[in-house]
Design a binder for this molecule. Structure first.
Ligand code: ADP
Length: 343
């Protein structure tokens, strides 16, 4: 009979349509490096949160040059030159990116992992809190053990507020208090003196993101020593973002990126991506207007990609896609940045 962990892992793989054989062998994780006590948990985490190569580069992230510089110094350089980051220069315990939703926090975390070639653990607190209900504390411990086994590695905890809201908040259960305490202990110990066989440090960088920084427990806030504001894109970043988004489509000669960037003040990166996506479909919509299914089926499809995206397409898309972040929300972030930001 298979151990129950194996059955669980297989059913997860089948749900995802993944046919590769995987066996959470007793005493070993997939890569045989994990030597903690929770092998079944480790196997599940490897399945769920391990992303070997996120494949996003800093150049794929529009604007945010100051955030990129800070992340480079706080996360990338300690991995490249660990001997320098010792004593008073020891790496920051953790880095928090905060700001309105859809501004590129997750994208930046992925770019950091790609740029420094570390193993990337992408943890969504909200899904973990529900999925690992009752076991979250054990999961947190196992996650850090696993990250050390894969070191150098980056643990990215998205929506950290949902795992770590302020202590004593209404409805806070005994269990969620325990998860928080475990997370604090693990962050404290993440870059302790453990070393690899060749003497290099087992560096585990902790990166977190939140759209609600004011909800974060103060103990955790203290440990996330660098707190970087990721704001809505400014004019220059919006120009860059539009160019990145239109890289793969044909653009009409009348296209004026400056006009679109000016018209989308207040849009998040995600909103602007939606505008570009919507505009890029307009040519197809025009071609298909009034056609029956049969006519569409018989149309030569290679002509579709040749239809360029025009300024008019953007005007229509901007009318359809409204910005998702309110002025009140931005003000709240800016106030929190003034009070607790640490860049
Ligand atoms: P957040 O984590 O801040 O909520 P994401 O990083 O998940 O936001 O961004 C959502 C999507 O919005 C991305 O997949 C990307 O398409 C787009 N996006 C947002 N900001 C940027 C940016 N600065 N550069 C490029 N794309 C961006």
């Amino acid at each position: 009979m298979w151990p129950c962990g194996y059955v669980w892992v297989m059913s997860q793989k089948q749900e995802r349509g993944d046919n590769s054989v995987f066996f959470a062998q007793e005493g070993k994780s997939q890569h045989g490096e994990y030597d903690g006590p929770d092998h079944q948990f480790a196997a599940m985490l490897e399945m769920d949160v391990l992303e070997d190569t996120p494949g996003v580069r800093f150049d794929d992230v529009a604007g945010l040059s100051e955030a990129k510089r800070l992340l480079e110094e706080a996360v990338v350089l300690p991995l490249l030159m660990p001997e320098y980051f010792q004593g008073i220069r020891k790496p920051w315990k953790g880095v928090l990116m905060f700001g309105p939703p859809g501004t590129g926090k997750t994208l930046l975390a992925k770019a950091v992992a790609t740029e420094c070639g570390t193993t990337f653990f992408n943890v969504s607190s909200a899904s973990l809190a529900s999925k690992w209900h009752g076991e979250s504390e054990r999961m947190v411990r196992c996650l850090f053990d696993l990250a050390r086994a894969y070191a150098p590695s980056t643990i990215f905890i998205d929506e950290i507020d949902s795992l770590c809201s302020s202590r004593g908040a209404t409805g806070e259960s005994q269990a969620s208090r325990r998860v928080k305490s475990e997370l604090l202990v693990q962050i404290d110990g993440a870059n302790s003196s453990r070393t690899n066989e060749d003497g290099s440090h087992k560096l585990v960088m902790v990166l977190a993101a939140t759209n609600f920084p004011w909800d974060i427990d103060q103990g955790l806030r203290r440990r996330l020593e660098k707190r970087i504001y990721i704001p809505l894109p400014n004019f220059k970043s919006r120009m860059e973002l539009i160019k990145i988004n239109l890289k793969t489509v044909k653009v009409a000669a009348d296209m004026d990126f400056t006009v679109i960037a000016r018209r989308t003040d207040g849009y998040s990166g995600d909103d602007l991506t939606n505008v570009c996506r919507d505009a890029s479909f307009e040519g197809m919509r025009r071609k298909l207007a009034g056609k029956t299914r049969e006519e569409i089926r018989n149309m030569p499809k290679d002509n579709f990609a040749k239809v360029p995206v025009t300024m008019r397409d953007f005007e229509e898309a901007i009318k359809r896609v409204q910005p998702s972040v309110s002025a009140v929300d931005i003000e709240r972030h800016e106030n929190w940045y003034l009070e607790f930001g640490s860049a």
